[in-house]
Every structure is written in C-alpha cells, then in structure tokens.
Design a protein around this ligand. Structure first.
Ligand code: ADP
Length: 160
C-alpha cells in the first residue's frame, strides 16, 4: 500500500491545503494529514483543535487519516509505514525552503521521498497566516477555508 504523509502546521487548514491533499489522493492509496508541533510554539489554534478542523474539512473523503505528531517528520513516516512526504509549493521562496528540508530528510532517511505539488493558481495566494490575520481582526475567512469547517465554533473553543 502506498502511504504518504502530508505534514504541516495547518494553523488552520485552508483551501490551499485541501487542493494539495486532493492531488495527493490521486497518487497514493492513503494520505495521512499530520499536524506537526513542538511545545515551544503554541500557535493560534492548539494542535487538538487543528486536528478537529481538518477532520471536519475531510469529512466524507476516503483514504485520508488525520493525526498529530511531535518530533522529526521522517521518524513519524517510519512509524506510519509511509514512504513519501507531500509538500505544497506556492512561490520560489517555498521551493527554496522546501528543498533544504527535503535534502535534510533525504540524508536522514534516503528511503523516504519528498514530493512537491504546485499550488492551484486560484489557491496560491492563500496562507494560514492570512487566515489568522483575518480572524484576529474579526474578518470573515470563509472564502479561504473548506466548506465543512465552522470556524466560528473553533474560535469560541479556542477562547475557552
Ligand atoms: P509549515 O509550517 O510546515 O510550512 P503550513 O501549514 O504552513 O505548514 O503548510 C503545509 C504545507 O502546505 C507546506 O508545504 C506549504 O507550502 C503548503 N501550503 C500552504 N498553503 C498552500 C497553498 N495555498 N497552496 C499550496 N500549498 C500550500
């Protein structure tokens, strides 16, 4: 079975991430969307809520698993029996940063391959940073987020 990991901060998961996930599902039997986090960086949404947001986003989709992990992505891949790491590319800056990470991962685990998927042009301007800015300023971020996600609900949970 061809299993890929789609790792990221996903703070929160956007339509851009969804587009990459849909493309990845065409290539793999199973894609694990994995929220990576470290205790030093708490983020906008706590990791548990980020996972729940993704679970809402992928509701009804087959061959997707959602989870969170700590530590090195390559170690998590081995734990899950995944041979591929999926990353999305929007800009040349993304490419430069992703190349460095991919080289390091390849050095540590040559059997795991990084796959870069270009952003769909209609999503290439979407980032979690923009979504957080909009939410922080009381704006409506619906147009950047998957349809099933009730972000107001998660904003309330976040404040509790
Ligand atoms: P990280 O902090 O690990 O970069 P992100 O949640 O910001 O986590 O992004 C996860 C992955 O999704 C990265 O590979 C990023 O380049 C990609 N990505 C983010 N936004 C988009 C988008 N709009 N279109 C395509 N890929 C995207």
């Amino acid at each position: 079975m061809r299993i890929a990991i789609f790792p990221g901060s996903f703070d929160p998961f956007t339509l851009g991430h969804m587009d990459i996930l849909r493309s990845a599902l065409k290539m793999f039997d199973k894609v694990i969307v994995a929220v990576g986090y470290n205790s030093a960086k708490s983020g906008f949404f706590p990791p548990e809520l980020r996972v729940r947001i993704i679970q809402d986003a992928v509701q009804g989709m087959e061959n997707v698993e959602v989870c969170s992990y700590r530590g090195l992505t390559v170690n998590f891949c081995k734990e899950k029996g995944a041979g591929w790491i999926i990353r999305g590319l929007r800009t040349t800056t993304d490419f430069e940063m992703e190349s460095v990470i991919a080289q390091a991962n390849r050095k540590m685990a040559p059997e795991i391959l990084s796959i870069f998927i270009p952003a769909g042009h209609e999503y290439s301007f979407i980032s979690s940073t923009v979504v957080r800015d909009v939410l922080n300023n009381g704006g409506n971020a619906r147009c950047f987020l998957p349809q099933n996600v009730d972000i107001e609900h998660y904003l309330k949970l976040r404040e509790q």
